[in-house]
Design a protein around this ligand. Structure first.
Ligand code: 4AD
Ligand code: MG
Length: 464
């Protein structure tokens, strides 16, 4: 008999018909007269209730139906007597596909996320992670839908690269050289013998290649994994994360901010429209303000604030007695997420797009303002997250870009192909990068970025 997914079985009101469902046991309650099995197959956060008369089945068989076991159930779809569900299955035939021994690490309810992280391969079977990863899928679809509808082309940029897109030196090297034999005794590493004939790494961003796409196709976006060897053990940093990077020819700073705000609101709206059951579950179990927070973000205008104004506000509240863990040292300082979150959560109580940062604290490719001190960056700061988007107008002048690269001690030679965008038919353009897992943190209400990617990569952690 053809299997029906639990999500469809729950929606079906064709009572009396034969039905087959398969899935993993969430709980099994037994009594003399009747057994109840809550069954989940991942198609929805909701379980379908399987009801059976224990005297109709082998006792040993029923004993094997413990939390985590996988079973195959055939029976009749009946109207449920219990509250909270329309239908249930009156079981006639029962087969155990896979028993689940008592040492199953996900057996107990209410385990901490830290505990479950040790079993990232099994935590996927819990309600919370099922909800999170169904939402993750939906957010990926939202990203593609938004850009497709707005005339952007999905542009694939390489994961292995010889250039440091952010110029921050935080790259993982890629090599086939035998590291136990090369470059010994201070001898230079013979990269000419390496696979690509030069030093290569995993990319920190697809932006530079994205700019090549934008200056030909007009508007592109990338959506892929990026890698950063920064030793940041925080609830917001991963060594491997997914980034979405649109890049648009002829776009100025105001249009860029409009795009950032419109895109992020679209994604949050999408979650509210398409992930209702999962969000309601997370709102109940993880963060009681989740739905309300998501609703308010799509409704409110984001604050647009220059870095200079932001620093003045921080200095003012420090004078008035507000205490920060990291000192507010004035103009030129890099904001910590504590400062960003103060502005967003306490001062404005809305997302903030911060612009016109000092050039020195940002990447080399950002377009400088006429003052020579600040540049046209447009970061989006979010409640609970801090920076969720980093973006800017790009420096389109070839000579200014070369000067900046040199001033930062980087080598213009390694950016020759990138500089060609400025040499041949250069154009004003802009773009941004959204950290997909940071968006996921916001949308799910989860607290730790390790819990919104199936298999997290962080310092000293590359299991599976
Ligand atoms: O601000 P970032 O470093 O900007 C760029 O990479 C630009 N090339 C983007 C562009 O303009 N095309 O990173 C962009 C975003 C951050 O705002 C943050 O959301 C996320 O990527 N991000 C991280 N997410 C998780 N773990 C990390 N280690 C992250 N580093 C950045
Ligand atoms: Mg940034």
């Amino acid at each position: 008999m053809k299997r029906t997914k639990v999500v469809d079985a729950l929606a079906c009101t064709d009572f009396g018909k034969d039905i087959n469902v398969k899935g993993w046991v969430r709980s099994h309650r037994s009594s003399k007269a009747v057994d109840f099995i809550a069954l989940n197959d991942g198609s929805t956060i909701k379980n379908i209730q399987v009801v059976l008369n224990p005297s109709d089945f082998d006792e040993e068989l029923l004993k094997g139906i413990t939390t985590g076991a996988c079973i195959n159930v055939t029976g009749t779809l009946v109207e449920s007597q219990g509250a909270g569900q329309a239908s249930e299955v009156q079981c006639r035939e029962l087969e155990v596909y896979g028993l689940c021994p008592g040492d199953y690490p996900m057996q107990k309810k209410g385990q901490s996320f830290e505990y479950m992280r040790k079993y990232a391969h099994l935590r996927l079977r819990t309600n919370t992670f099922g909800a999170v990863f169904r939402i993750r899928h939906n957010m990926a679809i939202a990203v593609h839908q938004y850009f497709h509808d707005h005339g952007f082309y999905y542009f694939h940029t390489p994961l292995i690269t010889a250039s440091d897109a952010e110029g921050a030196g935080e790259m993982f090297q890629v090599t086939t050289l035998d590291l136990t034999r090369t470059g010994r005794d201070g001898a230079p590493v013979p990269y000419e013998r390496d696979f690509f004939g030069k030093k290569t790494s995993l990319t920190v961003s697809g932006q530079l290649e994205g700019e090549l796409g934008a200056t030909s196709l007009g508007a592109i976006y990338t959506f892929g994994p990026t890698f950063r060897a920064e030793n940041s053990n925080t609830p917001r940093h991963l060594a491997e994360f997914w980034m979405i990077e649109p890049e648009v020819a002829f776009m100025d700073k105001d249009e860029l901010m409009d795009l950032e705000e419109d895109f992020i609101k679209y994604c949050v709206r999408w979650a509210l429209d398409n992930c209702k059951d999962d969000l309601e579950f997370l709102d109940k179990m993880i963060d009681k303000t989740l739905l309300q927070t998501l609703e308010s973000v799509v409704k409110e205008d984001f604050v647009r604030l220059t870095y200079g104004e932001g620093i003045r506000i921080l200095e003012q509240v420090v004078k008035e007695g507000h205490k920060f863990e990291f000192p507010v040292t004035g103009w030129g300082m890099d904001l910590s997420s504590e400062h960003e979150r103060f502005l967003v959560e306490e001062y404005f109580k809305r997302p903030v797009i911060m612009t016109d940062y000092p050039s020195e604290i940002k990447a080399f490719y950002m377009k400088k303002n006429a003052d020579g001190k600040t540049m046209q960056g447009t970061d989006v700061l979010f409640p609970r997250i801090g920076e969720i988007i980093g973006g800017s107008v790009r420096e389109e002048s070839h000579d200014k870009l070369v000067d900046e690269i040199k001033a930062r001690g980087m080598e213009p030679e390694s950016y020759g192909w990138y500089l060609d965008t400025r040499k041949y038919g250069s154009c004003p353009h802009a773009g941004f990068g959204l950290g997909f897992e940071r968006l996921m943190l916001f949308v799910t209400g989860m607290q730790n970025i390790r819990d919104v990617i199936p298999f997290p990569r962080t310092p000293k952690n590359a299991e599976y």
